[in-house]
Design a protein around this ligand. Structure first.
Ligand SMILES: C[S@@+](CC[C@H](N)C(=O)[O-])C[C@H]1O[C@@H](n2cnc3c(N)ncnc32)[C@H](O)[C@@H]1O
Length: 208
């Protein structure tokens, strides 16, 4: 069995929106179940964590940035980067100990804010050509590199741009790729569907 990995989300947004807090809580709970470490790095000391994240099991808060933490072990860190040339493979589980993600809300069209981490010089791997939410990217990476039975990227079931009914008349499309569960439904953090409905009532604005 491969050695247990560390998953780090470098929080890059100035605030910690409800969307991110639901994504981070889902990553924490899945990391705990999978027996892997999950760090949220670059968290400003003055930032008050939302209630659902304060003290949650499976989440370790780190005020330092990833560049400072791994300054002498950069080669052990793999940046999950939508612009990388190589796709992540199960063999990368032997090569890297740490998997790094941008703590960025998805945007449509994508603004390539992952470049903020790319320019720090970490080696990058892609998870296919379509933008995923941060929790999906972590979930997919864990499936590929961690555990007894690594699953190659092309064997993971996905759905792109799923539509959700927000009321009797309207539905809204989420412009991301998600892993599907046994019934073909997108796997999403607890509470996300309600938040999508709530935000669609007042317009998504920058939250996509
Ligand atoms: C919601 S995505 C942000 C993408 C964003 N539009 C940007 O500006 O880069 C959050 C993080 O998930 C990871 N990610 C999402 N889709 C990915 C993909 N197809 N390949 C590799 N990493 C991905 C990256 O680490 C990215 O920083």
């Amino acid at each position: 069995m491969s050695k247990s990995k560390t998953f780090i989300v470098e929080h890059l947004d100035p605030e910690l929106e409800e969307w991110s807090s639901l994504e981070y809580a889902a990553i924490a709970s899945e990391s705990q179940s999978a027996g892997v470490s999950f760090f949220l790095s670059s968290v400003p000391p003055a930032l008050k964590l939302p209630e659902n994240l304060a003290g949650v099991q499976g989440l370790q808060i780190e005020h330092r940035g990833v560049e400072e933490i791994y300054h002498d072990k950069k080669a052990s860190v793999c940046l999950l980067d939508p612009a990388a040339k190589e796709e992540l493979s199960p063999e990368d589980g032997d090569r890297f100990d740490v998997f790094l993600f941008g703590g960025i809300l998805g945007d449509d069209p994508p603004r390539d804010r992952t470049s903020e981490l790319r320019k720090k010089g970490f080696e990058g791997r892609r998870l296919g050509p379509v933008q995923m939410t941060t929790d999906t990217a972590v979930r997919v990476t864990r499936m590929i590199v961690q555990g007894r039975k690594p699953v190659p990227l092309d064997k993971i079931p996905f759905v792109d741009n799923p539509e959700f009914k927000v009321d009797d008349h309207e539905s809204t499309e989420m412009p991301f790729r998600y892993v599907t569960d046994g019934k073909g439904n997108p796997v999403m953090p607890a509470g996300m569907l309600d938040l999508i409905k709530k935000d669609s009532e007042r317009g998504f604005g920058d939250l996509l």
